[in-house]
Each structure stands twice: as structure tokens, then as C-alpha cells.
Design a protein around this ligand. Structure first.
Ligand code: NAP
Length: 282
């Protein structure tokens, strides 16, 4: 039976450490980190994420702005808002909540965020730095996944890792951070043949595909570490991951639950990135 990688507890710990830093900075510099989140439209899931990010910021003592813009917003209007925050010294992090409505040029908006305020880590400048192994603002979800290894003392050096999914926000940066941490990485996607047999070779599996309970026990080598990034709704409306938890739990050495695994870490790392951007700007 596996040990649970408790993302809720780890995220609380990270957020408490950040709050202590904020209190210290307030005394020494009179300043606190500032995050601006821009939400365009009414997407219900995005509204929930933005509320959670805002609450986490306020609890840690950050300045937190949520700018809600109508569904009809144009690229130019959104660029003007991004530019305003680019030039605002009290704002250290800018996050434009995805997905954006179809009429908006998403790349143009994301690339307009100053790289030093790109706390999502999606700007090509930061992606490039990450891929050459340099320190920068890393995408929050994969960065949060990496924190589990550190916290639970899991030695991943020289281990083989399989990442399922190759999106720009999870799969690819996850692979990059795992390479940086000296694992040997294979990335699978929708065109990969026989993913189960690829996964069975792995010491570490990271599932980030968005398919409910796709990774079953026959994908998993006895004692593997399994990180489940997926967030899916089952037919009964219940939240579940990309991993069939009960059967994989019986085989893995460590596993993240859904909910309470990777999700809370994503928000904690957003706050950590904003602190990093703030400290770099002091
Ligand atoms: P995405 O952009 O839709 O990418 C999904 C990836 O999975 C693609 O690379 C796709 O392959 C691959 N894929 C899809 N079906 C597959 C299959 N049957 N077999 C193999 N590969 C398959 O999704 P994402 O944004 O990376 O998110 C993935 C999951 O993580 C979603 O459930 C999302 O909700 C969740 N998520 C959670 C958090 C969190 O904080 N917990 C954050 C972000 C995302 P192709 O490239 O070939 O199409």
C-alpha cells in the first residue's frame, strides 16, 4: 500500500512559510508581494480557481487584485490591462486566467506579460530558461509536483520517469523539470503506442491527460511513485484524477490523491512564484 502525498498539508506548509516572509518584508521594506489576476468571461471553473487564488493571496498577506472583464473583451483591451500591471511597481505577478474567449489572441496576451512578472511561467523567455536548466519562474503545476519529491525525501536521481501528456502548461514543463532533476524521462501522448507497457518500466509516473481513471494497476510497476495531475468529473459528478486510485494505491509506493494532491500545490507555487518575483524586484 502506498504512502499518500498530501498536497493539502504541503501547500499549507508552503503558504505559512510565505506568510512569515511577507511579515518580515513588511517590517524591513514596508512592501508586500502583489498579484493581479485577470479573468475574462464567466467560465464557472475559472471563477472558482480565481476565487481560490485570491483567497490564498489574502491569507498570506499579499496584495491581491482580481480584474473581471466581460466575455466580449478584445485582445487590445486585454493587452492594455496587462500593460498597466506591467508598469505598476506594486504588482509583481500577472496571471491571465485561461481559457480565454475565442476572439482573443491568447499567445499575444501571454507574451505581452513582462517575463519577470510571468508567475504562471508560460512566457517563451521563461520556458527557454527552464529548458536550458536555468533558474526562473517555473509553471506552477509541474513545479508543485516536484515539491512532493523534496518534501517526502524521494530520491529521483537516475530514476526513470514517464509523463503522460505533452501540454505546454503541464506535460512538457514537467518533463523539463524532471530532466533538470536528473531523471530519465519518456513523454507519452495521444499518438503513443501501448502506453501501459511504457509506464510499466517507470519508477515515476506523472499522469496529465484529462481522462478519468485512465491509468490502471496494469500500467504501474510495483513500488512506483504516481503523481496524478488530472481533474475530471465522473458521471455521478464526483471529482477524480487520471489514475484509478484504489487499484493503483495498492501497488504504488507513493501516490497523490484527487482532490488534495497536485491541485492545492498549484496555488501554493503561484504564491511562491509571486514571492520570488517580488524579492527579485526589491
Ligand atoms: P491538455 O492541454 O488537454 O493536454 C492533454 C494531453 O494529454 C495532450 O498532450 C494529449 O495528447 C494527451 N492525451 C489526451 N488523451 C490521451 C490518451 N488517451 N492517451 C495519451 N495521451 C492523451 O490538458 P492539460 O491542460 O495538460 O491538463 C491535463 C489534466 O490535468 C486535466 O485533467 C486538467 O484538468 C488537469 N490539470 C490540473 C491542474 C491542477 O492544478 N491539478 C492544473 C492543470 C491541469 P496530444 O498532445 O497528442 O493531444
Amino acid at each position: 500500500m502506498a504512502t499518500l502525498l498530501d498536497g493539502k498539508a504541503l501547500a499549507q506548509k508552503v503558504r505559512a512559510q510565505l506568510k512569515t516572509k511577507v511579515d518580515k518584508h513588511k517590517v524591513t521594506t514596508g512592501r508586500v508581494p502583489g498579484l493581479a489576476v485577470v479573468l475574462v468571461g464567466e467560465d464557472p471553473a475559472s471563477q472558482v480557481y480565481v476565487r481560490m487564488k485570491n483567497k490564498a493571496c489574502e491569507e498570506a498577506g499579499y496584495k491581491s487584485i482580481v480584474n473581471r472583464m466581460p466575455d466580449s473583451t478584445t485582445t487590445e483591451q486585454l493587452l492594455a490591462v496587462v500593460n498597466e500591471y506591467n508598469n505598476d511597481d506594486s504588482i509583481n505577478g500577472i496571471l491571465v486566467q485561461l481559457p480565454l474567449p475565442d476572439q482573443i489572441n491568447e499567445s499575444e496576451v501571454l507574451y505581452a506579460i513582462k517575463p519577470e512578472k510571468d508567475v504562471d511561467g508560460f512566457h517563451p523567455f521563461n520556458v527557454g530558461l527552464m529548458n536550458i536548466g536555468a533558474d526562473t519562474l517555473f509553471p506552477c503545476t509541474p513545479y508543485g509536483c516536484m515539491k512532493f519529491f523534496e518534501e517526502y525525501g524521494i530520491d529521483i536521481t537516475g530514476k526513470s520517469a514517464v509523463v503522460i501528456g505533452r501540454s505546454n502548461i503541464v506535460g512538457k514543463p514537467m518533463a523539463s523539470l524532471l530532466i533538470k532533476a536528473n531523471t530519465t524521462v519518456t513523454v507519452c501522448h495521444s499518438k503513443t503506442k501501448d502506453i501501459a507497457s511504457v509506464c510499466r518500466q517507470a519508477d515515476i509516473i506523472v499522469a496529465a491527460i484529462g481522462r478519468a481513471e485512465y491509468v490502471t494497476a496494469d500500467f504501474v510497476k510495483e513500488g512506483a511513485v504516481v503523481i496524478d495531475v488530472g481533474m475530471n468529473r465522473k458521471e455521478d459528478g464526483k471529482l477524480c484524477g487520471d489514475v484509478a486510485f484504489d487499484e493503483v494505491y495498492a501497488k504504488a509506493s507513493y501516490i497523490t490523491p484527487v482532490p488534495g494532491g497536485v491541485g492545492p500545490m498549484t496555488i501554493a507555487m503561484l504564491l511562491a512564484n509571486t514571492m520570488k518575483a517580488f524579492e527579485a524586484a526589491l
